[in-house]
Write a protein that binds this ligand. Sequence first.
Ligand SMILES: Nc1ncnc2c1ncn2[C@@H]1O[C@H](COP(=O)(O)OP(=O)(O)OP(=O)(O)O)[C@@H](O)[C@H]1O
Length: 277
Amino acid sequence: MIEFKNVSASYDGELAVLKGVSFTIHDGDFVAFVGTNGAGKSTTMRLANGLLKPTAGEVLVDGVATSQLKTSQIARKVGFLFQNPDRQICCNSVREELLFGFQVLGEQGPGAEAQVDELIDRFGFDPDAEPYLLNRGTRQLLALASIIALKPPTVILDEPTTGLDYRECQKVMETVAQLNAEGTTVVMVCHDMEVVGDFAHRVIAMTDGQVVADGPTFEVLRNQEVLERASIIPPQATAVAMALEEQVPNCPAAVAQANTVEQLTEALAAAAQEGGQ
Ligand SMILES: Nc1ncnc2c1ncn2[C@@H]1O[C@H](COP(=O)(O)OP(=O)(O)OP(=O)(O)O)[C@@H](O)[C@H]1O
């Protein structure tokens, strides 16, 4: 569990880039942070894994303030995937890369080797491949695999799909969704509302260093005031359903409430059939 209690933060000790931020991430959550550039999302992630300490308020990981924990202790509980995998990758082969985290924590040995073998199988990696010669999506998966190798109960992903093509994005996100289904708590910063709508269960919207909404994904993504304040647009299927609700008299509830292409198609087909009878 990660708790932010009235947290403020600053990089230069003067300008507050977070101002009284409070929320709780529960075990098993899949939360997306959304909002304008410079809203404070990445800063919030840095506070959650202890890279940055609050100037006021408290950040607690499993009930203990990050100010009382070493970065290595937090890393055991909260894995962090950078937006650019090349900031993370530093070894000459996939196998070495996957072992690197264990070495840093002084935990190399047969147990670590076995876990790395399991990950190589699971992700279908070539263990001898040179990481920098892999395509961008596979490098992102390798960076993700290196983090989950250490089995942190929570993973933080800072814009995990930026720069990936559609297929690479799906592969990374399906891997993340599977992790969450197996019990890992997922916290991600994401600018792609289609990805947010498809995968996150809860959305926290930020603007100007503050939380402006926190709730189930589509409750937040359908809230007109929040959309405007945080400069976000809902996923396309949701946007079409919202427009139909506004513009079509007696719009059926199933159409108005649709959030996916499948839901919208089904609801429109049912409405057309009913209209034709
Ligand atoms: N290392 C840093 N040093 C000084 N100021 C910083 C640093 N990183 C971020 N900031 C400032 O803190 C504020 C919040 O930035 P942050 O990166 O947390 O926002 P964000 O919501 O993640 O934005 P984006 O979506 O563009 O990544 C911005 O005004 C930014 O310029």
